[in-house]
Design a protein around this ligand. Structure first.
Ligand code: FMN
Length: 456
């Protein structure tokens, strides 16, 4: 890892202080030029409020870029956001208020002040204490003597309403004003919904607005209890909605129609189709997929079983040799015996409804391990696409006990004779555990890099 990082730094000059200063100066000069009398009439005409709006837009674009697209896109969006900040600083300098040096100095000082455990003598035990200190410095040192609510006032008004709402609820909850549990918030959601319903029936615009606001605010509280970021959740739902709606638009256009004038039933059908496509998109599948080791007792539907078999048989193999053989085991007793194939890492198989034992004929292909691994992962992903949980159990190169290998143990149970080898068992069943997909930020991005080619 460390070697990769330093290789990239040498190859691409990721960060050199001389470069940063020159580039920063160039951008500052550019902003100054745009606002100068011989600059751009549009830039000169901008007011602070206009830039504030662009600032919010650019900030949202950064968030969107962070949610899935390439680092190049994130880099571009960060540039756009920085430009708006420098533009506002330039306007302030023109008005004799402050300049960018004051902005930089101010934030550096503030960060030093808020990290006494890094730049001072304070010692902290962990992240929680850092957070508590941060809040204490904000309220006791920086906002001392402020009027209003010391707890809520520190939350910037410029935040999106949803983010601000969630921050307010988090702060007041930390201060001890909260529901005891999720059930209490759910009751409140129902109460607010009933009140909104009554306001709708009364056709009272003022009450409708009040009750709609109360309901939204309670839902934000519910998000906090569920540890869901309300802003991210809503943005993701909107993106989903837009994707599905544009699918409707495209499909209707292909039929020479538009949403207006098309029947709700037709649009519903296309909407469902878009939902199905989403679930089955490879990347979506990979985003959600996790190894599942806890299973419900339910049997797997025959249609799903047929789909899994078809997926296995569609696996690509070197030279099309298809050295594999799959044993689909559903007998609970046999599954329990298979679950003892290793000293550890296989016991959970006993609760699975299906064990797919992936074998390969090593006389058919010199790359039978690769061919069988590909088939095993395809069965694994097909299970995920069918809403089933699954986990790979490694058999090849593992031991059952001191006397025998896991392969021989499995071969004995299923009567598999040489030249068939046993690569792995894929445990499959209805999931009895919910695991979130790995977050994008947790991916080891250093593992994908442009090559640093040796000089030719
Ligand atoms: C080649 C291979 C062998 C694995 N063997 C086992 C195993 O024997 N037992 C087990 O519980 N999990 C096994 N796994 C699952 C991994 O532990 C799991 O994929 C990894 O911890 C990452 O977790 P995730 O799949 O939830 O992202 C194996 C996975 C692969 C790809």
């Amino acid at each position: 890892m460390a070697a990769c990082a330093s290789q990239r730094r040498e190859g691409q000059e990721l960060k050199s202080s001389a470069n940063v200063e020159t580039k920063f100066r160039e951008l500052l000069d550019l902003v100054e030029k745009l606002r100068s009398p011989d600059g751009c009439p549009w830039d000169r005409a901008q007011k602070k409020g206009d830039i504030g709006r662009y600032l919010m837009e650019e900030a949202y674009e950064v968030l969107e870029a962070l949610e899935g697209s390439s680092p190049e896109n994130v880099q571009e969006e960060l540039g756009d956001l920085l430009f708006q900040i420098l533009f506002l600083a330039q306007m302030a300098e023109e008005a004799g208020e402050f300049d960018i040096a004051a902005v930089l100095g101010g934030i550096t000082e503030k960060m030093i002040r808020r990290h006494p455990h890094v730049f001072g003598d304070t010692t902290v035990e962990g992240v929680e204490e850092v957070r508590t200190n941060w809040e204490r410095i904000k309220t006791e040192v920086e906002h001392k003597g402020d009027k209003g609510s010391p707890i809520c006032d520190g939350i910037p008004r410029s935040l999106s309403t949803l983010v601000r709402a969630q921050r307010i609820t988090a702060r007041t909850a930390e201060a001890g004003f909260d529901w005891p549990d999720t059930a209490g918030v759910l009751d409140k959601v129902e109460e607010e919904l009933a009140e909104l319903r009554a306001a709708l029936e009364a056709k009272d615009p003022k009450r409708m607005q009040d009750e709609a606001g109360d309901l939204l605010f309670t839902l934000v509280n519910l998000c906090r209890f569920a540890k869901v970021d309300a802003e991210t959740a809503l943005r993701s739902s909107m993106r989903k909605f837009i994707n599905r709606f544009s699918h409707i638009e495209r499909e209707l256009a292909a039929r020479g129609k538009a949403p207006k004038g098309s029947s709700p039933a037709e649009m519903d059908r296309i909407w469902e189709e878009a939902k199905k496509n989403e679930r089955n998109s490879m990347l979506e599948l990979m985003r959600k997929r996790r190894s599942v080791r806890k299973f419900k007792k339910d049997r797997i539907a025959q249609t799903a079983m047929d789909d899994l078999k078809e997926a296995a048989l569609r696996s690509p193999s070197s030279r099309g040799n298809r050295p594999w053989k799959f044993f689909f085991v559903q007998d609970a007793e046999v599954i329990t015996r298979l679950s003892r194939c290793k000293e550890s890492g296989s016991a959970f198989l006993k609760d699975a409804s299906l064990a797919v034992v992936v074998c390969g004929d090593e006389t058919v292909s010199d790359v039978w391990i690769e061919d069988c691994s590909i088939a095993a992962i395809i069965v694994h992903l097909a299970a995920e696409s069918l809403g089933l949980g699954s986990c790979w159990i490694q058999v090849r190169n593992r031991r059952h006990n001191a006397e025998s290998t896991s392969e021989d143990y499995v071969r004995n149970i299923l009567g598999i004779a040489y030249p068939f080898r046993v690569l792995s068992i894929i445990a499959i069943g209805l999931p009895d555990e919910i695991k979130a997909g790995h977050p994008y930020e947790s991916l080891d991005h250093g593992k994908v890099d442009a090559p640093v080619l040796p000089p030719t």
